[in-house]
Design a protein around this ligand. Sequence first.
Ligand code: MEV
Length: 337
Amino acid sequence: MTTCSAPGKVYLFGEHAVVYGEPAVPCAIERRARVTAEPREDGRVRVEAPDLSLDGFTVTWDDSADERPDLDVPTPLVEAGMGYVNEAVAQARDAADAPEVGFDITVESTIPLGAGLGSSAAVTVAGIDAGTRSLGVELSTEEIADRAYRAEYEVQDGQASRADTFCSAMGGAVRVEGEDRRTIDAPPLPFVIGYDGGAGDTGELVAGVRALREEYGFAADTIGAIGDVVRRGTEVLRGSEPNGGADEELLAELGRLMDFDHGLLAALGVSSRSLDAMVWAARDADAYGAKLTGAGGGGCIVALDDTEATETALDYTPGCETAFRAELATEGVRVEG
Ligand code: MEV
């Protein structure tokens, strides 16, 4: 039996603009998916997922069962989650050259599902690592990232970006620009996340930005400006001491750039009332900065704050379902205990 875990992520900067080849900086967060894999000889795959959401529910999934289990949670969400597990299993079978092997899989996750925090990437990355290791095969982190991307690509009908799976596998802060993906130095970043309990439709939001860009030249300029924010943010991070303390000046500069990025994303039409309310609550609580993270339309914001003030303020913000602290995760996929 082997257990591996992998982190979720937030975008410090650059979502949406990254679709047009601009750089983006996703950061791994200390919220993890843990996947335990135990090979079984009968070829069946049995999955237990006791806490796939913050609300907590138990799913037992048996790929050979004639009938789907009776679930008191939204079935599409569970079907999607099981899709990632199945594709991770397919990748593990392929990597270990064991096409017939079955698995008992347990998935535990503290990353809210469907909130834009990379829960599916984390499950897929941890699942591939746990599955292959349980068969005595150790993949490089790069290969895990690549196979996890291919798994997500299958489940998401070719709509996957490499950012989530790369960030989850590698950990820390990463910079993605076209085909260039690399980890970059970053100090400990005190992230606070606010979640409105919903999620935007990524495909629709990306299409909306595309339509705006085709209609208005200044929307293209706005996308370019997000790229400039990312370039500046990368320079700021470059000047930091990796794993040293994050000084106030550096956090203040990153926070200003996050505020700027949020304004540009709002101009592109991908914010929402609840996301704006959470961003303003964080700013009123004197966070260094705050922005939506991911596709927008609903879901999560990320703020930088090394005090309790933002978390407390978010707890009282209408539209915020839950708020939590999640430091930068310096480690990506790893073996547990
Ligand atoms: C969604 O998490 C991030 C977007 O930039 C889409 C993508 O990069 O595929 C909005």
